[in-house]
Design a protein around this ligand. Structure first.
Ligand code: 2HG
Ligand code: ZN
Length: 463
């Protein structure tokens, strides 16, 4: 190791795998945003909490910043290392450590892939219910760092709901064992919850104990075509009242065009501005009849223009692909992304306002809306027109984000629903959190990470 700081680290941890080859720096230095040029100092791949602790202590002494790294599927630039940081990848800490049948918990190392968690839970006849399209690549540590949400939040809540214990190496090098799997623990500040969604700025999660639950009953999937947002809200209220929803997702005609061009199958003929994929419990004939009756009622009311109910698992998967395939279908065009939330009841007014504003200010850029509308969470992907230079495009998108932030502020919403703040949103934190809150957040960071070595610049632009 030519860098003396790395030589010192190798001296302390002779067995630690450290990567410095250009290809590795590039691979581990970026996330799915692909907007920043990766430039980390090196990549460390520890295999134990002890090693993580030693690395954090070394980083404090050497004043090296650390970017904690999982599957790097993030879309807010939270796992980007573009400033000579040490990337601390948890990918070698990827084991299931324990299953407890009485507690119904699974204890895992932080680098485990979400899909492996799903499979491990299933092998015990249970489920870990947090789920989303990046399941095959994202890690549980990253899910915890962003309090990841996804497609089942309407039924099961965010990651936060499912973490009953955490082992964390704080920025000061202390190993904290938080909540230890307890269901009830009313003994003061809950640091476990503070770590969830902290984007690796307070500590590095090395281990998590996850709560599991019973699998849901058999379900059905429905695709609906709708003409307007207010009708969509009526359908949502109707379905929520009459069915047990597992998911209620939406996308626009523009999103549909892209997934279809990317190989998905058209399920409804004709053009409609809005579509919904709904999944609901359908354990028996009575539940299926109730779903059909709700659908027919929505048709009669004129809220829904057309729809299909999947008749097989393959058809259900094909309907889901229309929604879950959107991100992938846009990826090669490197869209500028936003991920926002408002109260569910505020969605139509917010969306109309933003659509009108964007059509007026930027008629030439393509804006694609989709997301977890049943949670008030909308994803916005903006595509660069071929004849627009990248720099001008980014400047326009940043202006779009400003417009979004101001509109969200008026509607009491959030600039990040489930992707985190990261490099993408850090300049807009003030639109969602008050000055008093941000001052407290900075204070909390100082307590856990006094030298500011953990993921600097990912929550606050100036730290
Ligand atoms: C989803 O809901 C993900 O599909 C990705 O959160 C959203 O690509 C996006 O903007
Ligand atoms: Zn999402």
């Amino acid at each position: 190791m030519s860098d003396p700081r790395l030589a010192e680290l190798s001296h302390r941890l002779p067995d630690l795998r450290l990567l410095t080859a250009a290809g590795d720096l590039e691979h581990y230095g970026r996330d799915w945003t692909r907007r920043w040029t990766p430039a980390p100092l090196a990549i460390a791949l520890p295999t134990s909490a002890d090693e993580v602790q030693t690395i954090v202590r070394w980083a404090n002494e050497q004043q090296v910043s650390i970017v904690p790294s999982g599957g790097r599927t993030g879309l807010s630039g939270g796992a980007v290392a573009a400033n000579g940081e040490l990337v601390l990848s948890l990918e070698r800490m990827n084991r299931v450590l324990d299953f407890d049948a009485v507690d119904r918990t699974l204890t895992v190392q932080a680098g485990i892939i979400l899909q492996t968690v799903h499979e491990a839970a299933r092998s015990h006849g249970l489920i870990y219910p947090v789920d989303f399209a990046a399941r095959g690549s994202c890690s549980i540590g990253g899910n915890i760092a962003t309090n990841a949400g996804g497609i089942r939040v309407i039924r099961y809540g965010n990651t936060r709901e499912w973490i009953v214990g955490l082992k964390v190496v704080a920025g000061n090098g202390e190993l904290l064992e938080l909540n230890r799997g307890l269901i009830k623990n009313s003994s003061g500040y809950d640091f476990r919850q503070l770590m969830i969604g902290a984007e690796g700025t307070l500590g590095i999660v090395v281990e998590a104990t996850l709560k599991l639950t019973d699998p849901p009953p058999p379900s059905q999937v429905m695709l609906l075509a709708l003409l307007d947002m207010d009708a969509l809200m009526q359908v949502f209220a109707l379905f929520r009242a009459r069915l047990t929803l597992q998911a209620f997702e939406f996308f626009t005609d523009r999103a549909l065009e892209h997934v279809l061009a990317h190989g998905a199958q058209r399920a409804i003929d004709g053009d409609y501005p809005y579509y919904v994929v709904a999944e609901f419990d359908a354990a028996d004939e009575a539940a299926q009849d109730a779903a059909l009756a709700a659908f027919e009622h929505a048709l009669e009311q004129g809220w829904v223009s057309d729809g299909v109910i999947a008749q097989s698992e393959a058809q259900a998967a094909a309907l889901w692909r229309l929604r879950e395939g959107i991100t992938e279908s846009l990826a090669s065009q490197r869209p500028y992304k936003n991920d926002v939330s408002v109260r569910i009841s505020a969605v139509p007014a917010f969306l109309h306002e933003m659509q009108a504003l964007l059509a007026r200010e930027y008629p030439q850029i393509e804006v694609i809306w989709f997301g977890h509308i049943g949670d008030g969470n909308l994803h916005i992907n903006v595509l660069r027109p071929d004849d627009l230079a990248e720099e001008t495009f980014i400047a326009q998108c940043e202006h779009v984000t400003k417009l979004l932030a101001a509109t969200l502020q008026r509607h009491g919403g959030s600039i990040s629903a489930e992707h985190g703040i990261g490099l993408v949103k850090r300049d807009y934190l003030e639109s969602t959190r008050s000055a008093a809150e941000i001052a407290l957040m900075r204070g909390v960071r100082k307590v856990f990470d006094p030298n500011g070595i953990l993921n600097p610049g990912k929550l606050f632009a100036d730290d």
